[in-house]
Design a protein around this ligand. Structure first.
Ligand SMILES: [Ca+2]
Ligand SMILES: [Ca+2]
Length: 215
């Protein structure tokens, strides 16, 4: 079994500032499929496509792998029962633990957006998240490999991002990834072995976010 150590946990530092530099706008840039290495025209690589949260705009289709204006998730298909419904709404109950949401994680990955405001306080991370509402997503990888997790909080939300095998916090343990300051993580996914991505709040904070989990 692979060691659970991944990206260095940066959880130690208490964060004092709001993350004003994180804007929800413009998170769509990484989904482009091209990995062009060389001399292709730079006009293609731009990607400032305005997939900002509220507005909408063109990236609308459910199942196109881009989070559109009214979608709460997009996993690149319109198949139901895999964590993201055929109309791109999140399936399951991410405000419960250990149930969480059962998501079939297959390439390229899944976009999720939600808010912890008003949710249940169901778990926490080893670096924080006490007495804060949480949303917990259980993802089952279809294949082994490095999975990337990017969390972008909206507005002044001061989150805690946790990535680990189980939903519930195990007292005295240290999570493979837990941070209130660094919201980009990787996880060594093993096919068929579920893991959890948990969004909690620093010092009880709550708010909206966009989450991208991808290979
Ligand atoms: Ca979409
Ligand atoms: Ca689906």
């Amino acid at each position: 079994m692979a060691a659970l150590v991944l990206a260095p946990a940066v959880g130690a530092a208490a964060c004092t500032n709001d993350f004003d530099q994180f804007s929800v706008a413009g998170t769509g840039g990484t989904t482009a499929s091209s990995t062009s290495t060389s001399s292709s025209t730079s006009s293609n690589g731009g990607g400032g496509s305005g997939a900002t949260g509220g507005g909408g705009g063109s990236p609308g289709g459910c199942g196109d792998g881009v989070l559109g204006g009214t979608e709460s998730c997009d996993d690149g298909d319109t198949v139901a029962g895999d964590g993201c419904s055929g109309s791109c709404t999140t399936e399951g109950q991410p405000n419960q633990c250990p149930t969480g949401v059962g998501i079939d994680l297959s390439p390229p990955g899944i976009w999720l957006t939600d808010s912890t405001a008003g949710q249940n306080d169901v778990t926490r991370g080893s670096c924080g998240g006490n007495s804060a509402p949480d949303l917990a997503y259980e993802l089952t990888p279809s294949q082994s490999g490095t999975v990337h997790i990017d969390l972008v909080p909206a507005g002044n939300f001061d989150p805690v991002l946790v990535v680990r095998g189980v939903c519930q916090f195990v007292g005295g343990s240290t999570d493979p990834f837990c941070s209130d300051a660094n919201f980009t993580a990787t996880y060594p996914a093993v096919a068929g072995q579920p893991f959890h991505v948990i969004v909690s709040g620093f010092q009880g904070d709550s708010g909206a976010f966009t989450l991208h989990v991808y290979y």
